[in-house]
Design a protein around this ligand. Structure first.
Ligand code: C2E
Ligand code: CA
Ligand code: CA
Ligand code: CA
Length: 279
């Protein structure tokens, strides 16, 4: 058995090597992308049950000079393995605050709230809360227009340090969302301990609606419990009218997904937004 184990290890080493090299080069390219203007924020609309705009989520896009578009699902995990995620996160937060300011100036009271994805490692950085405060004030944007999307993994730690940071962020006037809810190991009982505003149901629970009876029950349960905890419940990955209708009947507060709008660059997003207000 030991011999077989060794052989297996050898085999993996041989196939792993090119993968590791590809990864290393992507990391180097990403480092360069930050300064070379290859990253672009995209925006995806979030609406209420009457399909009125509530906000948007910023989703990062990378146009690699050779590979073309690289998905954040591919490069965020690579960035997360080093401090690169902090630089990347700063870049995103800066772009977000600049955009909030632009919407604030052009739309006044109708200005959209913007949700930004925050990596655990970025959040855990000692400087994180100060950095958010600095960027909000640098761009003179209203803190209530910024929402941070955090993941369950972070909440799981439930350490005094995490809670203290969340409390400081809330005190600054911004709002907090828990992303991909249901995919991690936390529970609504755990969520009670955090000063959250929003619970975002992962699109894995939405994709088989309304036909899948298990998912239908899960959705109804999550929405009801979220409501009881005083959280705004948002569903992501809404791709069909049938999904939208089911979620609405379940009492979901907000909706995001291709059926409502694709992620897009700001010029296209602003044009589409006009249509939402006119509808
Ligand atoms: P996420 O936060 O769960 O974002 C939702 C993902 O679902 C996005 O993928 C979005 O484009 C996609 N999506 C939206 N509506 C639909 C739909 O109706 N159907 C389907 N099938 N998909 C939909 P995207 O843009 O590829 O981002 C992937 C992940 O990368 C995000 O998942 C997020 O975890 C991460 N990410 C993206 N931008 C950032 C960022 O600026 N910072 C950090 N830390 N992570 C980011
Ligand atoms: Ca998200
Ligand atoms: Ca999500
Ligand atoms: Ca997700």
């Amino acid at each position: 058995a030991k011999q077989a184990g060794r052989n297996t290890l050898f085999y993996f080493n041989e196939t792993l090597q090119p993968m590791l090299e590809a990864r290393a080069s992507l990391e180097a390219d990403l480092r360069h992308a930050l300064s070379a203007d290859q990253l672009q924020p995209y925006y995806q609309i979030q609406v209420d049950a009457q399909r009125r705009p509530l906000g948007a989520e910023l989703l990062l896009r990378w146009l690699h000079p050779v590979r073309g578009w690289v998905s954040p699902g591919e490069f965020i995990p690579i960035a997360e393995e080093s401090n690169l995620i902090c630089e990347l996160g700063d870049w995103v937060l800066n772009a977000a605050c600049a955009q909030i300011r632009a919407w604030q100036d052009s739309a006044g009271a109708r200005a959209l709230r913007l949700s930004v994805n925050i990596s655990a490692r970025q959040f855990e950085h000692d400087d994180f809360v100060d950095q958010v405060a600095r960027l909000l004030s640098l761009h003179a944007c209203q803190p209530r227009l910024l929402r941070l999307e955090l993941t369950e993994g972070l909440m799981l730690k439930k350490s005094p340090e995490v809670i203290e940071k969340l409390v400081r962020l809330k005190a600054m006037g911004l709002s907090l969302s828990i992303d991909d809810f249901g995919t991690g190991y936390s529970s609504l009982a755990v969520l009670k301990h955090f000063p959250l505003d929003e619970l975002k149901i992962d699109r894995g629970f939405v994709s088989d609606l309304p036909g899948n009876a298990d998912d239908a029950i899960l959705i109804k349960t999550i929405v009801a419990m979220g409501q009881n905890l005083g959280l705004e419940v948002i569903a992501e990955g809404v791709e069909t009218q049938a999904q939208f209708d089911f979620l609405r009947q379940s009492g979901c507060y907000a909706y995001q997904g291709y059926w409502l709008g694709r992620p897009m660059a700001v010029e296209a997003f602003d044009r589409e937004l006009e249509g939402f207000y006119e509808a």
